[in-house]
Design a protein around this ligand. Structure first.
Ligand code: 13P
Length: 251
């Protein structure tokens, strides 16, 4: 891991968390991060939108960052049930995940939609975490690198720089399954992503590339040590403070 790229450990809580338990979890993470006093890595939690304001308040001063899980491309307007990047920012977010495979599948988000959301994040002053990843069928057909390239070229807006972009590689088949690629497979995917970014971003070498998919305390050290891996996007294990802190420690 290049020193110039500060590791980012991000927890994606997905559609989990009611106020009491969520505030307790965020409080424990905040306490752990504060005690560790890490200056060399960033810890981000992305709770459901209903909890953003409360959690942003609860972690204030601890160094823990807070982000949204998606946003609409527009700043406001007639979009019932949606939330804009400006609203996330207003609630205390600094980051937003865009293009998660669950959004691509559940909500039919295309690369063009993801790109528009990343642009919306910039407009609101948020840092987008753009997710890409192949399905099992695509991997088995030997199409992983082609799929990643297509998704990147379609999802990363023009004008991206390392300061304005984080990319998360999440193989769809590794999400929530307990299965992970080998470290060599992760390194190969990340190296390819960085090569493709070379044609899209002026300082591609400084873009942080996160790995996501069944990361837990026990495998984080190995996955995070792979070449070109600059952090993790964590689902299930981010719902337990000790597991999530163990992953952050491994970074
Ligand atoms: P799991 O860590 O539960 O596999 O989820 C990964 C993920 O989708 C994070 O965005």
């Amino acid at each position: 891991m290049a020193r110039s790229r500060r590791p980012l450990i991000a927890g994606n809580w997905k559609m989990n968390g009611l106020t009491a338990d969520a505030l307790a979890l965020a409080g424990s993470v905040a306490e752990g991060v504060k005690q560790a006093g890490w200056a060399d890595r960033e810890v981000l939690i992305c709770p459901p939108a209903t909890l953003l304001i409360g959690i942003a308040r609860a972690v204030k001063g601890s160094g823990v960052l807070v982000g949204g899980q998606s946003c609409h491309a527009a700043a406001s307007g007639a979009h019932t049930g949606d939330i804009s990047a400006e609203m996330l920012r207003d609630a205390g977010a600094s980051h937003v995940i865009v293009g998660h495979s669950e959004r691509r599948t559940d909500c039919g988000e295309t690369d063009a939609v993801v790109r528009a959301k990343a642009e919306a994040a910039w407009r609101a002053g948020l840092l987008p975490v753009v997710c890409i990843g192949e399905t099992l069928a695509e991997r088995e057909a030997g199409r992983t690198l082609t799929v990643l390239e297509t998704q990147l070229k379609g999802s990363v807006p023009a004008g991206a720089t390392a300061a304005r972009l984080v990319v998360a590689y999440e193989p769809v088949w590794a999400i929530g399954t307990g299965k992970t690629p080998t470290t060599a497979e992760v390194a190969a995917a990340h190296a390819h992503i960085r090569r493709v970014l070379g044609g899209l971003v002026p300082d591609a070498n400084a873009v942080r590339l996160l790995y996501g998919g069944s990361v837990k305390g026990s495998n984080a050290g190995e996955l995070l040590a792979a070449d070109d891996v600059d952090g993790a996007l964590v689902g299930g294990a981010s719902l337990k403070a000790d597991e999530f802190l163990a992953i952050a420690k491994a970074a």
